[in-house]
Design a protein around this ligand. Sequence first.
Ligand code: FAD
Length: 476
Amino acid sequence: DSILMWFRRDLRDDDNAALAEATRRARRVYCVFIFDRDILDALVDPADARVAFIHASLIELEAGLRQHGGALIVRTARAVDAIPALAAELGVDAVFANRDYEPAAKQRDAAVETALAAHRIGFEGFKDQALRDGAEVLAQSGRPLTVFTPYRNAWLRRFADDDIVPFSIQPGRLAVPPCAQGVPPLASIGFRPPADALPFQPGMSGAQAALTRFESLLGGYATARDFPALDATSGLSPHLRFGTMSIRRLVALAIGGARAGRDGAAKWLDELIWRDFYFMILDHFPHVVDGAFRREFDALKWESGATADRDFAAWCEGATGFPLVDAAMRQLRLTGWMHNRLRMLTASFLTKDLGIDWRRGEAYFAERLLDFDLAANNGGWQWSASTGCDAQPYFRIFNPVTQSERFDAEGSFIRRFVPELAAVPDRFIHAPWTLGELALAAHGLRLGVDYPRPCVDHAEARRRTLARYAAVKNGS
Ligand code: FAD
């Protein structure tokens, strides 16, 4: 009657489904986190902020588990080898973990389950990451709902207050095995902290601080959420990514507000449901990992060659000459996070202004985002590229200048990340080239020297994009 609780992207002791259930079912519960070599070895930056975020969150988790009488075993190894070996060494009856919907994670878990079975040790996965998963929300036909609004309506119909009752640890069940020796230093796993302080406070305390800040903004979320300069969204995405905050607590807050008729809370609840929706899509349609959800769009002919490579580099660096696109890409580079409106804008710009394959942009975001989540990132990219399930129609193409005028009218966000444009008057900051060289020089700006000229003509790019998609639609 002992269980090994395997933490992955659920780094909290509070309201953790698998952990709580383990303490309900066994008298001794050991806890482990594996820095998985299969994941670490694929990271390119030894100062990757995500590894530092996880590391700091583990220190807090370990302290939390100690308060409950337990401890955390931390190892650096291949999880597929290390979990069965550790489970056998500890002599546990079963390994518990919270379910992960990514194809690679499902494959890993299946391999671990098979290896454990050879030792007659069980493996159980629990729903924790999503509020609804698997086949819980389906169409009447029994098929997955691939359009958001019907999914959301079905999700809401199925909601019951029991869904958000927090899971709690049974006292006296967590145990300290001799091999638990605290969280090893970051350097021992071959990583170092990022040069700048982490832009997000890690751990359960960081999640709580973000939530406390956001509670006062929730009322205004429906209107303020679209304006990047306002910092009016929760900033909880890294915490949801690593599970330092439970989705049930957030849904409880959102449902409470929505039931009280608050627009902000209802809108925010929709975003949390989008998160479940994309987990469900990834779970049921794993082909989206490297192909279009709507397979006919795999035939799209994207730009390639030297010009596309140069455009892609300019996009990554925030040097396209379109100020709001550049500000957004620099926000990503500098902070590891980007506002949702800007993720949509930059993804649209890459695919529809530069004609570059969404998979290249998706991979760049995956490398840079602290909140990188395969389901949401892939969903967001396929939405923007019009290849996704409930996507933006291909003929709806964001105009990068109009978007800038609407969502950053005074240019305050642009000025934050593109300081070379600071002196350009508000009216021209969205498209500085329209001001003329002489007038710009009066504001201390030389286009092509201090700040790039626009790398593409939007009207022309729009025509090319319409033709690119029409060719697929017409099957030519
Ligand atoms: P809030 O507005 O406070 O929303 C609360 C939470 O709801 C978020 O933390 C997130 O978990 C969830 N959420 C909000 N919008 C979405 C959405 N459209 N899809 C799924 N979940 C959502 N989100 C990620 O978590 N990881 C990603 O890798 C990611 N990549 C994206 C790529 C593109 C091209 C696009 C268009 C969107 C992407 N998103 C991604 C969704 C969204 O932009 C972020 O979740 C959001 O900006 C995070 O900020 P926040 O926590 O302040 O959000």
